[in-house]
Unconditional design. Sequence first.
Length: 358
Amino acid sequence: MQIYLLYGGQNAEHDLSIASAFAVIRAIYFKYYSVCPIYITQSGEWLRGATLHEPLPSAATLQLVAGDVAKFNENSPSVGVAIRPGELTVKDSIVFPVMHGQNAEDGTIQGLLQSLGVPYVGDGVLASAVGMDKIVSKMLFQQAGIPQAPYVPVLKAQWQATADKILARCEGSLLYPMYVKPANLGSSLGVSRVNDRASLIAAIEKAFEFASRVLVEQGIVAREIELGLLGDDTLKFTVPGEVLKKDNFVDHGAKQSRAALALDIPAQISAEVITRMQQYAQQAYAIMDGSGLARCDFFLTANGDVLLNEINTMPLFDQYAMYPQLWQKMGLNSGDLIEELIQLALKRFKRQRAQQNF
């Protein structure tokens, strides 16, 4: 079987996607699969690299430049051939979109692959879109009764028309410090921690540079605990992992140099807390129609409150990432993890095809 490995993309998480793609290439079982890299450049061009039958020596070789013949080079830019997305329809193939952020894991790529009628790894359109949108996901989880940090959604048109009312609403329902976030970006892009009205105004204005919808959220003093999940109707969970950080806020720059972040796996929390986290994760994943994989991020307060922060439907895969490390702790190495994801994708594709035959 051939795997189309889709990576890159037109967003600020482009380089993180390349790192994840390289990790997948190093782990995949080439005994059973060949890999055709499909690189989406920052300008939006789709380039098909040479088909791989063994791992590459470095992630740098995955950054392709356009040419007439696809070829990987160790000491110079590798060459890819320009293609159209509709060419990803080879028989006995599957697409693995190892893409993060906007125009990638937010349902856009998933919708394209769905319309092409090809099987693909990971969550579907709805789950991907909900997982990426902080406002929509919080509203859905709130309706389901899942505990979360208090929040106020802010739309740009409303802010421009009634900024004073929005500020009053934030200060009336939330306490400082607050966090201000663009609604649909990842890796802490445009996120600010604020302690007073002046910084709140500045942070909202800054967030609107990245998105037209903004979330203002109550700052929570808590431990940051993450669970990995895998499956569809039946879910498997990892042990919990804790992100240990010295600062109150890990910004985008810190996430880009994630080697400095310390992870505690397994996190030292009680079995009762783990059970609650699993229940909330399962409930949230079901309501967003998840199928495939996710990393579920929680806050755990000193008095034992568990709050769902977010669900990431395409977590990072490189050596510093929490998700693959959690599964390794469970005895599932990255090669086996990828194999399970492929089988889940094929199962979903077969089920969808059966449902289309009325």
